[in-house]
Design a protein around this ligand. Structure first.
Ligand code: PAF
Length: 283
């Protein structure tokens, strides 16, 4: 596995790869890898000739009171893990390489960022869209792999790639969960043992919502209240929002039909966790 710190190095590497007729699969990350990241890398490797991973904790997607400074970082561990699944190039730039002095260009995706994480974290998706545009331009991959755990992020990136004619295919990948259902996240390291146990309520609540829909519930409000009630059984978990929306547009629903997204954000200790589930409403 090669490690690149600069855009120049990545360009030289990908130029050779393309001259060789190789396809490139790309996995953008902020590091502190877990099985969710590794599954994206394995899939990129299985579907493309070469796998490029970026490791960059992107400051522009964090709000002023968010966890940019204490976001977990361990380059040596990440590099070893990436190498173990056959990653070919690890791009780990410094902040100055991505946002040099005088930087002033940002990418904004409008409607699909208005609600949910976009409303809870102003500026977050502007940072995500900007860094992903830059990374897509740098790597020029055939395919880029995104987990459904960050469901709205996936929708934002799909919209952006379409609107800006970026020639990289976005491949959505299933959320990877711990055996007890907790969605894997680098932020799970913030959880103390009792909080880690309490956090399992989030997926149980989403499953309760899904099961209610599958059993015939068609009132979005009732599904939302049910999910909130399940979460409320855990005193260590504070719900920030529970939302029931159209899975494509992310617009809120009243009567359920089609493909539905149940999503949530909650505080567990210092950790802010998000999770979601999609349900196809039976006819
Ligand atoms: O999902 C993430 O880890 C980040 O938002 C991403 C896509 C790497 C952009 O910084």
């Amino acid at each position: 596995m090669q490690v690149a710190k600069t855009v120049r190095e990545v360009r030289a590497w990908t130029k050779l790869a393309r001259a060789d007729g190789k396809t490139i699969g790309f996995v953008p990350t902020m590091g502190y890898f877990h099985e969710g990241h590794l599954s994206l890398m394995r899939r990129a490797k299985a579907e493309c000739d070469l796998c490029v991973v970026s490791l960059f904790v992107n400051p522009t997607q964090f709000g002023p009171s968010e966890d940019f400074q204490r976001y977990p970082r361990d380059f040596a561990r990440d590099a070893a893990m990436a190498e173990s699944v056959g990653v070919d190039l690890l791009f780990a730039p410094e902040v100055e390489e991505m946002y040099p002095e005088g930087y002033q260009t940002y990418v904004e995706v409008t409607e699909v960022t208005r609600r949910l994480e976009g409303a809870a974290r102003p500026g977050h998706f502007r940072g995500v869209a900007t860094v992903c545009t830059k990374l897509f331009n740098i790597v020029q991959a055939d395919r880029a792999y995104f987990g459904k755990k960050d469901y709205q992020q996936l929708k934002v990136i799909q919209r952006m790639v379409k609107d800006l004619n970026i020639p990289t295919e976005i491949v959505p990948c299933e959320t990877v969960r711990e055996p007890d259902g907790l969605a894997m996240s680098s932020r799970n390291v913030y959880l103390k043992p009792d909080e880690r146990q309490a956090a399992t309520v989030l997926y149980r609540a989403l499953c309760a919502g899904r099961d209610a829909i599958l059993a015939g519930e068609r009132d979005a409000k009732k599904v939302k209240v049910l999910v909130e009630q399940v979460i409320a059984t855990e005193p260590l978990v504070k719900t920030e929002y529970v939302d029931v929306a159209d899975a494509e547009t992310l617009e809120p629903l009243t009567d359920l039909q089609g493909e539905v997204l149940i999503s949530l954000a909650a505080r567990v200790g210092v950790a802010r966790l998000i999770d979601n589930i999609t349900v196809t409403v039976p006819d």
